[in-house]
Design a protein around this ligand. Sequence first.
Ligand code: NAD
Length: 257
Amino acid sequence: MFDDLKGKKVLVTGSTAGIGLEAARSLASAGARVAIHGSRSADAAQSVLEQFDGGSDVAYFQADVRSSAACKALVEAAADHLGGIDVLINNAGGLGGRNGLESIDDDFFDQVLDLNIRSVVMVTKYAIPFLRKSAEQSGETSSVISTGSIAAREGGGPGASLYGGSKAMVHNLHRNWVKEFTKDNIRFNTVAPGTIDTAFHEDKDQGTRDKISGTIAMGRFGSSAELAPAYVFLASHAASGYVTGQVIDVNGGQMCP
Ligand code: NAD
C-alpha cells in the first residue's frame, strides 16, 4: 500500500524530536528520502541522524522557522538537496510558554504566532512551486500535512489560549488552501494529536499527568510512534489520494466538549 513512498522527497519541519522525528523515521523506513529539520546545529543533530534505520536517505537542515527568511532558505535548501519536494510536513511548533490573557504582551504574542503560524504559512508558501511541479510531473497528488492539535478544538490548557487559537488557525488555513490548490493536485490534511508523551509535556508533574490521563478514554498519554502512521497514510498518494481538507484526530478517545 505504501510502496509509492519509495524515493518520495519529503521535508518534515521540527523533526529532531517527538512526533516529527517518529514521522520522519517511519517515512524513511518506507523508502522516502527525508529532509529533517530543527533549530539545533548540524553537529548537535548528528545524534538524531543516528536514530534512523541504516540505509535511510536522510539529511539535516537547520532553521529557526519563526523567521520568514529562514523558512524560505529551509525550503530552498531541502528542495535543492532532494531535487524537489513531493510531501511537506509542517510539524514544528509548540506552546512557547504559558500566559493568561492579562499577561500576554507583544513579545509573547509574536513568539507563539511566529512559531505556530508564520512557520506553517511561509514554509508552505515557498514549498508550493515544488509541490505543484511534483504533481505535474508524476500525475499523482502531492501532499501537505500539518500538525494541528486537540487544543484547536477545545481551546488549550491554562495559559495556552494563543497556542490553541494558533492551532485552530492551522486547521482552518488548510480548508482554504484546499480551495486554492486542488486544481494543482496538491492535498492538504491535518493530524491533530491529543496528549502525546513528548518534551511538550515536560513541565507537568505526575499529579497533573494523572489528571489528564483521566480525561482520555484510553487512560494514558499517546506515543509519537502511535502518531506516525497517520502521517505515512496522508503522505501516500496510493493510500490517501482522495483525502484532502481533513483533520485526523489521534487522541486515544480524548473528547472535546
Ligand atoms: P517536541 O518539542 O518534541 O518537538 C517540537 C519540534 O519542533 C522539535 O523538533 C523542535 O526542534 C522543533 N522546533 C520548535 N521550535 C522551533 C523553531 N523555532 N525552529 C525550528 N524548529 C523548532 O514536541 P512534540 O510534542 O513532538 O511537538 C510536535 C508538534 O506537535 C508541535 O507542532 C506541537 O504543537 C504539536 N502537538 C503536540 C502535542 C503533544 O501532546 N505532544 C499535542 C498536540 C499538538
